[in-house]
Design a protein around this ligand. Structure first.
Ligand SMILES: [Fe+2]
Length: 124
């Protein structure tokens, strides 16, 4: 992480192969196929994070957003105490582009926004 504040922009680990405990608790973990067929539904599971994040009233994940590149697909709003920051969505990619970047952004009320991405190949 850089020296900038956690609420300035998007947080990402400084070294993805050697994350700090804070980074491990906030980086979304994306589980989905590497290749999907255009128009066919597929499941995307998202966990925040590699070390489960707390969901206390004073410290919790507020929402999880899903984009393909800059196109918004879904938002899941979360409530402390009664939910866990783990979701599975069924998506379909209709684009004829050969590949697409799945972007998952979550927001922690104390540690700001964190983004993870995954390249997905879309076939006909
Ligand atoms: Fe946090």
């Amino acid at each position: 992480m850089s020296d900038k504040g956690l609420f300035c922009g998007m947080n990402k680990p400084a070294d993805a192969s050697n994350m700090t405990e804070t980074e491990k608790k906030h980086m979304p973990v994306i589980d989905c196929p590497d290749t999907v067929k255009a128009g066919e539904p597929f499941k995307v599971s998202i966990n925040v994070g590699e070390i489960p994040h707390v969901m206390d009233e004073g410290h919790h994940i507020q929402w999880i957003d899903v984009y393909f590149k800059n196109n918004f697909f879904a938002r899941v709003d979360l409530t402390p105490k009664f939910t866990r920051p783990e979701v599975t969505l069924t998506l379909a990619r209709h684009s004829k582009h050969a590949s697409s970047t799945l972007r998952v952004i979550e927001r922690c009320n104390l540690h700001g926004q964190w983004e993870a991405t995954k390249e997905i190949t879309v076939t006909e």
